[in-house]
Design a protein around this ligand. Sequence first.
Ligand SMILES: CC/C=C\C/C=C\C/C=C\C/C=C\CCC(=O)SCCNC(=O)CCNC(=O)[C@H](O)C(C)(C)COP(=O)(O)OP(=O)(O)OC[C@H]1O[C@@H](n2cnc3c(N)ncnc32)[C@H](O)[C@@H]1OP(=O)(O)O
Ligand SMILES: Cc1cc2nc3c(=O)[nH]c(=O)nc-3n(C[C@H](O)[C@H](O)[C@H](O)COP(=O)(O)OP(=O)(O)OC[C@H]3O[C@@H](n4cnc5c(N)ncnc54)[C@H](O)[C@@H]3O)c2cc1C
Length: 668
Amino acid sequence: MELVDHLRDERNKAQFDVEAMKVVWAGSPQELQLCDRMANLVANHPAFEKLKRPMLVRKELFKNSLRKAAYARKLVIDLGLSEEEAKWLRFYIDEPTYPDLHWGMFIPAIEGQGSEEQKEKWLPLSRNMQIIGCYAQTEMGHGSNVQGLETTATFDAQQDHFIIHSPTLTSTKWWPGGLGKVSTHAVVYARLIVNGEFHGVHGWYNYYSFSFFLYLEDHSPLPGITVGDVGLKFGNGAYNTMDNGLLRFHHVRIPRNQMLMRVSQVSREGKYMQCDDVPRQLIYGTMVSVRQTIVAMVSRTLSRAVCIATRYSALRRQHSSSSLVVPCFLMIDYQSQQSRLFPLLASAYAFKFVGEWLKWLYTDVKQRLEANDFSTLPEAHASTAGLKSLTTSATVDGIEECMKLCGGDGYLVSSGLPELFAVSVPACTYEGDNTVLMLQVARFVVKTVSEVGYKEPLGTSSYIRRLNTLLHNNCLVQTGEDWVKGDRIVEAFEARAARMAVTCTQHLAKFQDPEQGFSELSADLVEVAVAHCQLIVVSKFVEKLAQDIPGKGVKEALEVLCYVYALFLVHKHQGDFLVTGYLTPKQASLANRQLRILYSRLRPNAIALVDAFNHTDHYLSSVVGRYDGNVYPNLYQAAFNDPFNDSHVPDGYHQYIHPILNQTLAKL
Ligand SMILES: CC/C=C\C/C=C\C/C=C\C/C=C\CCC(=O)SCCNC(=O)CCNC(=O)[C@H](O)C(C)(C)COP(=O)(O)OP(=O)(O)OC[C@H]1O[C@@H](n2cnc3c(N)ncnc32)[C@H](O)[C@@H]1OP(=O)(O)O
Ligand SMILES: Cc1cc2nc3c(=O)[nH]c(=O)nc-3n(C[C@H](O)[C@H](O)[C@H](O)COP(=O)(O)OP(=O)(O)OC[C@H]3O[C@@H](n4cnc5c(N)ncnc54)[C@H](O)[C@@H]3O)c2cc1C
């Protein structure tokens, strides 16, 4: 039977080579081929079916996710997949499970913080999954405030042991993924006590990582350990496939050599030693690594929501504004729909490119750290923290908007959007609360501004070198067309970021106690950080356009997306641009007018731009976002796939409806 493509007319409108755009989106022909292979391996295997997930109760759901993880592991071994291939395989299985933390945090923590000897011992065991690990940092009472962690690790010189203890209820380890039911090991953050002395109580370096056996072979916890799951989380399915755990220690002994010893050591005699040439911030290194990964992944999450909303918008017809009776308008042709949808489409591309750049920055910093060069760590910290915060917040808001863009059907689980929202929303909290992370960026920016004159701003903050120009030269835009020039756009974002940073730095200088100033101005400081991070995203998109991009019409289509992203932000934050005096109201309104022109240029390419994400129907898991656009019969069928429709008479009907119909309520 011939398959009907309900989106064919839309696909025919494309003004660029979709296959070439797929390569740009994937990053390279090799990446495209790799992702395509892994996505189809998952899509074509019944073991990875996921549509029934939201109907399962927690215990079934969890067992189902363990089965999938075990099956994935078998595929990795049987097919001899590389670590990179295995990573994509897990990604397309699309279900948070313990291997995410094992591979994503436990192993990187050992790699980054273990001594050579420890790495030799623990890494082969971990990579072969002979042990399964998690990352136990957060406590019930302390999440953002890592300095406040209460778990103690007291050195016992007599027995050459550390004694790990949870002195209070609030010191209970709380949230670590994979901890609740599965992990055999954990990297635990604790306060170090040697010879009765807390080490580094004034600094941030008084937390050390320990690796320890959590379970005996019969899989009951070691004596002195209480472990469990933190309980049901938001959304059906969603993050409930993960055993986020709780953990308490009652004077649990572990050998001294299980303290991760790259940053500092405790000797057999009980002497505490800090490695001179290694900054203490390195114990936060795993977070830098994971924040980078989150940015690399988040564009795909947003692209998935946008793909669903764009395809449905290009199929569904509603009435025109002049006639409420004739259903003639495609939803995507409403200007208001475009103004909500197209900036999200542009954001997905923008986040992809900034994610590629961040990966480059992180790879560079990682190599430097291995060679004990820590000079770029502050920038890597600020960039990973800020971009993690910016992109996850925008993505989660974007998914919610996509749900609304699909009308009532977006709210159906079968649209794929509610579960995507539920599984993504904790990304604004985990790996650092987004506001807390933006305050870290603000610290970095304010420090850079304060040091102008005796320390050269580098990398993402190098615009601060041109402070004088940026503070005094206003925008030169005179026509709408003037707005679609890369260097002009970047300069506008630089001027806004620099002016906001300088104003805040001046306000901070008026406080006698800098910390009090920082606290009182924290809302403004978050806005400074947002401006700095948006500048990074815009400038990396513009830099991408300066590269050689093959394929008919590909570069032109990307230019439109870049300007949509940038001018949408100018419009959204026009208050910043106006208050700082960089723009006049006329220039701001020219930006908005140009944005409307750009939407009309983007419109014919909309479907092709989401096709270029190359998402399989399995990955999308959305009736309304199907590739063939055959929505309505499938939407109808999906309703009958719900077990709730197995019978016309639900449980409770005879008991609770009949008495009402028969007026026999007194018998209840
Ligand atoms: C949509 C979803 C899509 C995709 C998802 C994909 C993958 C998901 C995979 C995994 C995610 C799953 C689970 C998540 C796991 C976790 O959540 S683990 C726990 C994470 N916890 C946190 O992130 C805690 C946040 N808090 C902190 O990081 C710190 O406490 C703090 C930095 C906020 C503050 O710490 P302080 O000790 O008070 O620091 P400070 O005094 O402010 O700063 C001291 C100096 O240190 C520098 N610094 C801070 N952090 C780092 C760092 N990470 N690296 C390098 N340097 C750092 C800081 O800049 C200061 O420097 P100065 O030069 O100014 O002194
Ligand atoms: C799904 C999920 C998975 C997780 N996985 C792990 C894991 O594997 N391992 C692990 O160790 N942890 C994990 N966590 C914990 C996570 O890292 C913390 O939840 C996170 O760091 C935030 O800490 P908190 O929950 O204590 O929030 P809080 O720090 O209590 O924040 C609550 C509110 O206070 C505000 N706030 C806090 N501090 C400040 C400040 N200094 N200035 C201004 N505002 C502030 C925040 O902006 C936020 O609005 C996970 C959490 C979730 C939800």
